[in-house]
Design a protein around this ligand. Structure first.
Ligand code: PLP
Length: 363
């Protein structure tokens, strides 16, 4: 094995993206400015000034905003509240592996709707509904999806919302990459299009730092109280200090500057990945080129076993995530998720070269 292992495994922000000095000063500021409330036990919904800010931004009442220990924890709570074991959930196929784990752990049945270049296959959704499937919710990552990078088109957003209204199911929109568009125009979120039918989740993890563990949900009015009660009975409240740091970061104007900085940092890495894929993997795979986010999902056109790919890649100095983890039905042998934000352009180019050699060697 080569000593300089390249890790195409974790969808994390680049270490060099963290504004260490600013965060240190906001941490100190937050404790001084908001003590004793940030040092005390508090309401489970989270630090009120940040909830009010998010409510104003999203044109909802602050009662509908609940801050969580990251957004993933909120998804766990919501899954516990909305479903019981045996219930059906629709997801995209592939989808975010940890979200799938949460739903499987609850004992839910998952129907994965295949992804197309412009997002989930809405015809398949309608087919399943006409056959009588009634999901408790549809978990969708419409923007720069984890793991594929795909974006749900405007037309499909409208179609899926119409289906949700017709067949009365809730949509959970998980959108932590929405602001990380490096080129092109943003599309309105599902929540923007149907604020009462969609439960919207997002997070400061990819924008400021996952170490803060600050995420949030905009819940339908009827669900906010049960979520808050579950949260209170589980952990009382999350860290108000961290909420206050995120709040100060945002109201000082640093968040907008940070997002501009992230776009400048990540766009060349996205292009390095796209160029390397074009050079080395064009003959044996397909992918959808995203304009933002953290990932490109590659589907290999040759028959391959995930175990062989992972083992041979490791020997060639390349760490890959098992593609099967992202699928609801055990498929995914030929799927490779390639995160590009936390690697330099040189590492990306070298990593893709190693990947193409491994594929050519085992197929
Ligand atoms: C789609 C999606 N949702 C949620 C999360 C977790 O976010 P958080 O750090 O806010 O828990 C991730 C992290 O990779 C993600 O890709």
């Amino acid at each position: 094995m080569t000593d300089n292992l390249i890790r195409f495994t974790r969808g994390v922000p680049a270490n060099e993206s963290f504004s260490v000095e600013l965060l240190s000063s906001f941490a100190s500021e937050a404790i001084k400015k908001y003590s004793p409330s940030v040092l005390q036990y508090a309401d489970a919904r989270g630090f009120p000034p940040l909830r009010e800010l998010l409510a104003k931004e999203n044109r909802v009442t602050h009662e509908r905003i609940i801050l969580g220990q990251g957004s993933l924890h909120l998804l766990d709570i919501i899954t516990q509240i909305v479903t019981k074991p045996g219930d059906l959930i629709f997801t995209e196929n592939p989808s975010y592996d940890r979200a799938l784990t949460i739903m499987k752990r609850r004992g839910c049945r998952l129907t994965g709707i295949p992804l197309e270049a412009d997002g989930l296959g809405v015809n398949k959704v309608e087919e399943r509904l006409k056959l009588g499937d009634r999901p408790k919710f549809f978990y969708i990552i419409p923007d720069f999806q984890n793991p594929s990078g795909s974006v749900l088109s405007m037309e499909k957003r409208k179609t899926v919302l119409k289906l949700a209204a017709k067949y009365a199911f809730l949509i959970i929109e998980d959108s932590p990459y929405y602001r990380l568009r490096y080129r092109g125009e943003s599309i309105p979120s599902l929540f923007d299009l149907a604020p009462d039918r969609v439960l919207h989740m997002s997070s400061y993890s990819k924008l400021i730092s996952p170490g803060l563990r600050v995420g949030y949900v905009i819940a339908p009015a009827t669900m906010a109280d049960p979520i808050a009660k579950w949260a209170e009975d589980t952990y009382i409240n999350n860290s108000y200090i961290n909420h206050a740091i995120a709040f100060e970061f945002q109201i000082s104007g640093s968040l907008e500057k940070q997002i501009c900085f992230l776009k400048e940092l990540y766009l060349p890495r996205l292009d390095a990945m796209l160029n390397a894929l074009d050079r080395s993997l064009k003959t044996c795979s397909t992918w959808t080129a995203p304009d933002g986010g953290f990932f490109i999902g590659v589907t290999l056109s040759r028959n391959i076993k995930a175990d062989d790919l992972l083992t041979q890649a490791q020997k060639a100095g390349l760490q890959l995530t098992d593609g099967r983890n992202f699928f609801t039905d055990g498929s995914g042998d030929r799927f490779v998720r390639l995160p590009f934000c936390a690697l330099t352009s040189a590492e990306i180019t070298e990593g893709i070269l190693r990947l193409s050699k491994v594929i050519n060697q085992i197929c």
